[in-house]
Design a protein around this ligand. Structure first.
Ligand code: SF4
Ligand code: SF4
Length: 169
């Protein structure tokens, strides 16, 4: 379904220790689960060229904050391409979002989507328990907004509590 990418760059907030640990635990459990699956990646970087691959990468604010605190902010340098991808490899592996961790081009989309829904629910619960709002946004728009805000030229922001939370066509 066509939709306008929305940015959550203006909604990022520092992670307290327990929220940071809670999200790290969720990512750790997911990574363990994936080790026993057919997931395989040759780090060609094609799927991180999001636009040409036909993807939008959506993530929650808490994931974006974790990514920024873990890896640091990067502004998109090329339209539609994740700035954390270098020579085909992800330079933000520790902090990358749920959609990045779950997507494998050799895995059935339905399997990945079910897994995504399950783990997104864990993140929602974590946010609820910590009293943290759940915002969704598209990665590249959000990174551009973060870059604009740190350079003093704020872009218009919008957010969504609905919509796709996955690498979607
Ligand atoms: S998952 Fe992405 S980076 Fe890995 S082999 Fe497939 S297209 Fe390439
Ligand atoms: S954060 Fe890493 S895995 Fe996710 S789109 Fe960017 S380069 Fe790819």
């Amino acid at each position: 379904m066509p939709h306008r990418p929305t940015s959550i760059g203006a909604f990022i907030a520092p992670l307290d220790v327990s929220t940071r640990q809670g999200l790290a635990d969720i990512y750790r459990d997911l990574d363990r689960e994936l080790r026993g699956s057919v997931a395989a990646c040759e780090a060609c970087g094609r799927c991180c060229r999001l636009a040409s691959f036909g993807h939008e990468l959506w993530l929650t604010e808490v994931e974006l904050s974790y990514l920024l605190e873990t890896r640091g902010a990067e502004a998109p340098r090329e339209p539609g391409v994740c700035p954390y991808m270098e020579n085909g490899a992800c330079t933000a592996r520790e902090g990358r979002a749920l959609g990045c961790r779950i997507f494998f081009c050799n895995m059935e989309v339905e399997v990945s989507e079910r897994r995504y829904g399950r783990y997104l629910e864990f993140i929602r619960r974590l946010c609820d328990e910590r009293g943290r709002p759940v915002y969704y946004g598209e990665l590249l728009a959000s990174l551009s907004e973060v870059a604009a805000s740190t350079s003093g030229t704020r872009s218009e922001s919008s957010s969504s509590n609905e919509g796709p939370c996955w690498k979607t066509p």
